[in-house]
Design a protein around this ligand. Structure first.
Ligand code: GDP
Length: 298
C-alpha cells in the first residue's frame, strides 16, 4: 500500500491538493461547489462523472445536514469510491489455458504491460506464455522476448510482418501441448484505419475462439493515463472494434491526470483491472478502488 501511495505522488500533489485547497477556506456554498467542479474537470474526471459527483454531494449535504468542510471531503471520497464500484476480477476459465489479449495504441505501454502481467502470473506459480502478435514492429518482438526471459515465461514469435493470427495460432498450440496456464498476446496497435484494426483483431479473436474454448477470456485495453481525455477516445474506438473486457491504465506514477480512472468507469462502463505504476516488472497491481481512493485521499 505504501508503494502504491508513493507512486501516486503526482496525483496526490495535484488532484488531492487542489481539492483540499478548494475545501480549505470557507463554508459550503454554491461558489465552493463551482470551484470543486472546475477542479474535478481539470483533473480529467470528465464532465459526466463530475456532474454525478456534485449532484450526490449536494443531496447528501442537504439530507445529512453537513456543515463542516472536512465532512464534505469525506463525502466526496465516499462518492468517488461508490462511482468506481467493487474490484472486478479477471475472467479466467476453470481449465487452462487462459487466453488474454492486450490491445491498444502504440506507446501506451502495451509490451511492458505484457511483461508485467506475465510476471504477475508467474508470482502465482502459473506457467505463462507470451505471444508476439505485434508482428509489425521488430523492436516490439525483441522487447517482448526480453520480458519473457525476465519473467520466466515461454515465448512464441514469428518473423516481422507475419500474420498476427498465425502467431496466436502457434502460441495456442504450444500452450496446449506444454500445459501452459496463461497465454498473453501482445497485439499491434497501429491506428492505421478503423476497419484495418477491426479486421486484424477480429481474425485473432476468431483463431483464439476456435483453438481454446471461450477464448479470448480477457481483452484488456492498455491506456496511458498521462493522455487524459485522449485515453477516453481511444477506449471508445477499441470498444467499437473489439469486445474489450477491461482496462489496464498505465503510467499513473507519472501523471496528475489520475481522475481519468473515474471518467473511464463512468463514461465507458469498463472496469479498470490493473494499474501500471512504473517501468519495472513489479510495477503492476490489480486495481482495487478502495485502496486507490485511500491512497490518494489519506
Ligand atoms: P507499447 O508501444 O504500447 O508496447 O509501449 P511500451 O511497452 O514499449 O512502453 C512505452 C514506454 O512507456 C516505455 O518507456 C515504458 O517503460 C513506459 N511505461 C510503460 N508502462 C509504464 C508505467 O506504468 N509507468 C511508467 N512511468 N512508464 C511506463
Amino acid at each position: 500500500f505504501d508503494r502504491l501511495k508513493a507512486s501516486l505522488g503526482k496525483v496526490r500533489e495535484t488532484f488531492t491538493a487542489k481539492i483540499d485547497n478548494v475545501l480549505r477556506r470557507r463554508k459550503i456554498d454554491e461558489e465552493l461547489y463551482e470551484e470543486l467542479e472546475d477542479t474535478l474537470i481539470l483533473a480529467d474526471v470528465g464532465v459526466p462523472a463530475t456532474e454525478e459527483l456534485l449532484e450526490k454531494l449536494k443531496a447528501r449535504v442537504k439530507a445529512e445536514r453537513v456543515e463542516e468542510v472536512e465532512d464534505l471531503r469525506r463525502l466526496l471520497q465516499e462518492e468517488i469510491l461508490h462511482l468506481l464500484g467493487e474490484p472486478v476480477p479477471l475472467l479466467l476459465p476453470p481449465s487452462p489455458p487462459a487466453v488474454i489479449l492486450l490491445v491498444g495504441v502504440n506507446g501506451t505501454g502495451k509490451t511492458t504491460t505484457a511483461g508485467k502481467l506475465a510476471y504477475f502470473f508467474r508470482q502465482q506459480g502459473k506457467k505463462v506464455l507470451l505471444a508476439a502478435a505485434d508482428t509489425f514492429r521488430a523492436a516490439a518482438i525483441d522487447q517482448l522476448e526480453i520480458w519473457a526471459e525476465k519473467s520466466g515465461s515461454l515465448f512464441v514469435r514469428q518473423k516481422e510482418g507475419s500474420d498476427p493470427a498465425a502467431v496466436v495460432f502457434d502460441a495456442l498450440q504450444a500452450a496446449k501441448a506444454r500445459g501452459v496456464d496463461v497465454v498473453i498476446a501482445d497485439t499491434a496497435g497501429r491506428l492505421h484505419t478503423k476497419s484495418h484494426l477491426m479486421a486484424e483483431l477480429g481474425k485473432i479473436v476468431r483463431v483464439a475462439a476456435r483453438e481454446v474454448e471461450g477464448a479470448p477470456h480477457e481483452v484488456l485495453l492498455v491506456l496511458d493515463a498521462t493522455t487524459g481525455q485522449n485515453a477516453l477516445s481511444q477506449a471508445r474506438l477499441f470498444k467499437e472494434v473489439t469486445g474489450v473486457t477491461g482496462i489496464v491504465l498505465t503510467k499513473l506514477d507519472g501523471t496528475a491526470k489520475g481522475g481519468v480512472v473515474i471518467a473511464i468507469r463512468k463514461e465507458l462502463g469498463l472496469p479498470v483491472k490493473f494499474i501500471g505504476t512504473g517501468e519495472k516488472i513489479e510495477d503492476l497491481a490489480p486495481f482495487d478502488p478502495a485502496e486507490f481512493v485511500k491512497a490518494i485521499f489519506d
